[in-house]
Ligand binder design. Structure first.
Ligand code: SAH
Length: 498
């Protein structure tokens, strides 16, 4: 199984930078053992003008067969043990999910877009050429083009004849694939993530059992391209080996990513929207400057977290990371995790926090990851507190029970803070026309009574006590602009089972 990646140099940099980007030195041939055989990385050419890295995976069909065997010694899928086909098959030479897995383990940093020697270079596009001599392609050359062309690649997919000496036998199911992209379109990480997902999709026969965490792997590798891909459904369903429930989850999460990323107001204009809110907001005593509502909200949240004695905190729907940034300033918060469904928001957050330039001690305190709050997620378990600041109103009301379960039922931090606009206050905004919500993406805005009824129901169902705190100017008639619920896990009564 064989794949090559080449690049040509650009005016300022030699092509051999590829070695740094892949974290594999062009002068050495290296071998890595994998559970199915040995992966070799070597450079057939390495000059300033052109550099090619080859990944050669030597598959051990016997090991592959042994690993695939169930406890009773029978092959999975019920094939009779002695069938020669288990040992004599295309696995050793055809690019497949095995090659994709080798790619991701041998080039894991490059796939994540990280490069210790040249951090900024890893994020820059470069001219690329990828060659896969034998790619099993269910769907033929047409599908190969349909998968790679929308991503910016120029595709050549030539059918490989079954036997060159007997052309009348017709074509095999393999194509010789050449992908090319000029400079300025794709980074090496993009290219590796395209291959990681699309090679097994084309092979359409995964060598391993597809479990639930494959959805996360797919979304991570599909970051920045899968949500908008015209063949998203086919890619998702084949990648997840047609496990329908997983495919549906992945499609829903991709839809959320797409919506969040296409909703320009969400990322770039949140700050402006917040400033607008602040126009009608309190003046700090003795000062001319109004304190923006968003700042008051972060202060109220920080106070409530400290009052609850929380040290390890989740910021769910963290957006551009302003709260994460504020919490980092207080050393009493030892771990702060920002989660958002929008990759774009997370990219802005990571830039805001200067994650790439942070000292090690500081970096250990903060993490950002992509996830949807509509699904339970084991990464969210075990924290002291979770904050949902101005998030619930971004979900359709019928999706709220899923979020409630994921946060209060599954993650179950001791403290949960939820803030949301108080719709009664909207009459006080000078700039807001009557009957309008504050933000284009708000699916609903609640009165104080509606919010309290919701919060009490959630608390009751999941074993929490709940209290309410106004945030911002608490108007005697219409209440505060932001309402906050503070949920605390109900103390176990004596004798009650854990
Ligand atoms: N908490 C921030 C941002 C609020 S905007 C603040 O207080 O300023 C709402 C955020 O929730 C957006 O960043 C949006 O991408 C995110 N979001 C919406 N639905 C989500 C979901 N299902 N899972 C995770 N995040 C979601």
């Amino acid at each position: 199984m064989f794949l090559t990646i080449s690049t040509t140099g650009c005016p300022e940099r030699p092509a051999t930078d590829l070695g740094f980007l892949l974290h594999k030195h062009p002068d050495n041939a290296q071998a890595f053992s994998t559970s199915y055989g040995t992966a070799h990385v070597l450079y057939p050419e390495a000059s300033a003008e052109r550099c090619t890295a080859a990944l050669l995976l030597e598959v051990d069909p016997v090991a592959l067969q042994r690993r695939g065997r169930g406890k009773n010694g029978k092959a999975r899928g019920g094939a009779p043990d002695a069938a020669l086909a288990q040992y004599v098959n295309d696995r050793p030479y055809a690019a497949s999910s095995l090659l994709a897995v080798a790619l991701s383990s041998v080039f894991s940093s490059a796939m994540r877009g990280q490069c210790r020697a040249m951090p900024e270079r890893a994020g820059q596009p470069l001219p690329l050429r990828v060659e896969v001599p034998a790619l099993p392609a269910r769907g033929g050359a047409k599908l190969v083009r349909g998968l790679f062309e929308p991503l910016g690649w120029t595709v050549s997919a030539e059918a490989v004849p079954l036997d060159e000496e007997f052309p009348e036998w017709g074509d095999s199911r393999y194509v010789r694939l050449v992908l090319e992209v000029p400079d300025g379109r794709l980074t090496l990480s993009d290219a590796l993530r395209h291959l990681y997902v699309l090679l097994p999709v084309l092979d359409d026969a995964k060598h391993y059992w597809v479990s639930a965490d494959e959805v996360d792997k797919l979304l991570r590798a599909g970051e920045g391209w899968l949500a908008e891909h015209p063949e998203q459904k086919l890619i998702t369903s084949r990648y997840l080996a047609r496990r329908w429930s997983l495919t549906r989850e992945a499609m829903e999460r991709l839809e959320l990513v797409r919506l969040a990323d296409s909703d320009d107001t969400d990322v770039e204009e949140i700050d402006n929207a917040v400033d607008e809110e602040s126009a009608a907001c309190d003046f700090e005593e003795g000062s001319e400057k109004p304190v923006p509502l968003a700042v008051q909200r972060r202060a109220a949240i920080t106070d409530a977290l400290l009052a609850a004695g929380s040290a390890r905190v989740l910021d769910l729907g963290c957006g551009q990371g302003q709260l994460v940034q504020a919490l980092l300033k207080d050393v009493r918060f030892t771990e702060i995790v920002g989660v958002d469904v929008s990759m774009r928001a997370l990219t802005v957050a990571s830039r805001r926090l200067h994650l790439d330039r942070m000292g090690e001690r500081q970096a250990e305190r903060v993490k950002l990851f992509q996830g949807s709050l509509a699904y339970t997620d084991k990464r969210l378990k075990g924290y002291d507190a979770a904050v949902l600041s101005e998030v619930i109103e971004h979900l359709d009301e019928e999706r709220l029970p899923a979020l409630e379960y994921a946060v209060f039922g599954s993650a179950r931090p001791r403290t949960v803070l939820v803030t949301t606009p108080n719709v009664e206050y909207n009459v006080r905004w000078e700039t807001l026309p009557a009957g309008h919500v504050r933000h284009g993406d708000h699916r609903f805005e609640w009165t104080r009574e509606e919010f309290r009824a919701w919060a009490r129901r959630v608390a009751e169902r999941h074993g929490y006590d709940v209290g309410f705190t106004p945030v911002g100017d608490d108007d005697p008639e219409v209440g505060p602009p932001t309402q906050m619920a503070v949920f605390t896990q109900t103390a176990k009564k004596e004798g009650q089972a854990a």
